[in-house]
Design a protein around this ligand. Structure first.
Ligand code: F6R
Length: 609
């Protein structure tokens, strides 16, 4: 939610900032702005709307300074407008902010009584006034920031500039992500790694409570007590090309097509075919703990929650441990019964989702062990969990999750295999069969992607439908939810996912000849029942798009459109089923002309409750 960047060094600062914001726009796109020095003064350019509007505003204008900050906004306090766009400047202090200041109203009153005049409705503006207040009292820039932060309640990643000091960029972090990129004679700050990848792969990941002072010569980091700390730089092995569109019309399409590669990267080095087991060295679970696990909680939001629902089937099948899958925002508010012998697994692409993070903290507070499945290295979840397993999907830029979902399913499969083997519930031979089949999955995904033209035709045929139903049963039910979510979020067509057996308890009333129903009808132990559901829909003249097992002529005869899904184990079929549903949503959205990569009102990582 909101992205910030900052730069100090010899390059053309405004260009570095704008390029960085382009790679952060997935975090919000209600307005954008930069603050850069020109002839010793801080110049601010900011504009409501997408980044292109800011670029138009700047036009050919150039700035001579070597330090600057930038922001792309997802509005929380104050509607999207030029006035509410960041950076905000008071006196000599300009600020960009990601997060929420909870006590901004009371601070605003105090500052107003001291003569400060506010020009926006944002919570952020008080930060610039507060720091400026202390600068005016004679404190150094760093001291003024530290004192101001002591007075602020809430979350923040901040980039701060001071008029009169072109050798100073201050960054601060609390509960909102912030990284520092270490170049040669130049330094960067950003909410995430991709904006900095074209310049360096060496990063410092800031911790909560830390404040960093960047000049063109060095970076100093101070902890919450104000003591300077030495931070170990980390090397990130993502390449800048991974964050480019690579000839595809949209990031989302590129990311859908990247899935076979993402799965290969995620399983690489994590399989022991000989032992019929998964190698999750990064987890170093104590085997005695695994044997004692009473319950597993899978907690996530949105698409990652759908992965959790699939994970429940996998773990219960392979390990016979009861699993609860729950939504981050629900879990912690129901005083969950969780404790020492329970394992909480949080699943998150960004590793920054506020509700998921809060669930992890609650579970740890109650004594549970916490494992995070994350895509973003060193994200908050990754750092706060006892163990972390990374999905190696590479940077995901499209706001709708695609390749990270596939890799989450793979990790959950590996986790279930590992625990199942450790508990002796899966034999070595069974493990080998599972691995053999998993290794085939990327190839089967490639096969599936070849259906993209067929899916595009189906999307065109149903382009004017106003509502869709998605039906699935068992382990395929979460994929029905995921298909519906994808369609809703990028094409703005109303869609609902249902367990197929529930249709007769209500949704059947919606069915008429206008209503397309996507049925996940691959062969498994509930196949016959799904066929009956198809009959029920057809009897009411609904239009059925079926996803069926290869050459299932019986289904093909009954339905309006059929997409064949390559044969694999039922436990791996969800990975394949997801692909045509992602493509269906993608083509519907593209044909409608929506902004596929940046759907309205959404942001990629939801760092507010
Ligand atoms: C949907 C989507 C969101 C995210 C959700 C959780 O396509 O991307 O529903 O899945 O916001 O995000 P993470 O996985 O970063 O915790």
């Amino acid at each position: 939610m909101c992205g910030i960047v900052g730069y100090i060094g010899p390059r053309e600062t405004a260009k570095v900032l704008i390029d960085g914001l382009k790679r952060l726009e997935y975090r919000g796109y209600d307005s954008a702005g930069i603050a850069v020095f020109h002839r010793g003064k801080i110049e601010i350019r900011r504009k409501e709307g997408k980044l292109t509007k800011l670029e138009e505003l700047i036009g050919g204008e150039t700035f001579d300074g070597n330090v600057g900050i930038g922001h792309t906004r997802w509005a929380t306090h104050g509607r999207p407008s030029d006035e509410n766009a960041h950076p905000h400047k008071a006196g000599k202090v300009a600020v960009v902010h990601n997060g929420i200041i909870e006590n901004y109203l009371s601070l605003k009153e105090i500052l107003k009584s001291k003569g400060h005049v506010f020009t926006s409705e944002t919570d952020t503006e008080i930060i610039s006034h507060l720091i400026d207040e202390f600068v005016q009292e004679g404190y150094s820039s760093l001291e003024a920031v530290k004192i101001a932060l002591e007075k602020i309640k809430g979350s923040y990643a901040l980039g701060i500039l001071f008029e009169g000091d072109e050798e100073c960029l201050i960054a601060a972090r609390k509960e909102s992500p912030l990284v520092i990129g270490l170049g040669k004679g130049e330094y960067f700050i950003a909410s995430d790694v991709p904006p900095i990848l074209p310049y360096t792969r060496d990063f410092i990941f800031m911790e909560d409570g830390e404040v960093a002072l960047l000049s063109s010569k060095e970076v100093k980091v101070f902890d919450a007590k104000g003591d300077e700390v030495s931070k170990e730089p980390k090397r990130v092995n993502w390449s800048p090309l991974m964050a480019e569109k690579g000839g595809y019309k949209h990031f989302m399409l590129k990311e859908i097509f990247e899935q076979p590669r993402a799965v290969i990267d995620t399983i690489r080095g994590r399989l022991s075919e000989e032992k019929g087991d998964a190698v999750l060295e990064d987890v170093d679970f104590d085997p005695t703990f695994l044997k004692k696990i009473r319950r597993i909680f899978l907690i996530a939001c949105g698409t990652s929650y759908h992965a959790a629902l699939v994970g429940k089937f996998l773990i219960e099948e392979f390990c016979r441990i009861p699993v609860e899958a729950d939504i981050g925002s629900e879990f912690r508010y129901r005083d969950p019964i969780i404790g020492e012998n329970d394992l909480l697994v949080t699943i998150s692409q960004s590793g920054e989702t506020a509700d998921t993070l809060a669930a992890l903290r609650e579970a740890k507070r109650k004594g549970a062990k916490a494992l995070a499945i994350c895509n973003v290295v060193e994200s908050s979840l990754a750092r706060e969990a006892d163990h972390v397993i990374y999905t190696h999907a590479g940077p995901e830029i499209g706001v709708a999750s695609t390749k990270t979902f596939a890799t989450q399913l793979v990790i959950l499969f590996l986790l279930a295999l590992r625990i199942g083997r450790e508990l002796g519930l899966l034999s070595k031979e069974e493990g080998k069969v599972l691995i053999e089949e998993l290794v085939r999955v990327p190839h089967l995904m490639e096969e599936m992607l070849k259906a993209s033209n067929q899916v595009a035709k189906i999307a065109r045929k149903y382009l004017h439908a106003r509502d869709f139903l998605y039906l699935g049963r068992g382990i395929n039910y979460p994929i029905a939810l995921e298909g519906a979510l994808k369609l809703k979020e990028i094409s703005y067509v109303h869609a609902e996912g249902y367990p197929a057996g529930e249709m007769k308890h209500g949704p059947i009333a919606l069915i008429d000849r206008e209503m397309p129903i996507v049925v996940l009808a691959t062969k498994n132990d509930v196949y016959e029942k799904v066929i009956s559901n198809i009959e029920e829909v057809k009897a009411r003249e609904g239009k059925v798009i079926a996803l069926a097992s290869p050459s299932d002529r019986e289904v093909a005869k009954k339905v309006d459109d059929v997409i064949f899904i390559p044969e694999t184990l039922p436990s791996l079929t969800p990975i394949l089923l997801t692909i045509p549903l992602q493509l269906l949503a993608y083509y519907m959205a593209d044909f409608k002309g929506t902004d596929v990569d940046q759907p309205r009102n959404l942001a990629k990582s939801v760092t507010v409750e």
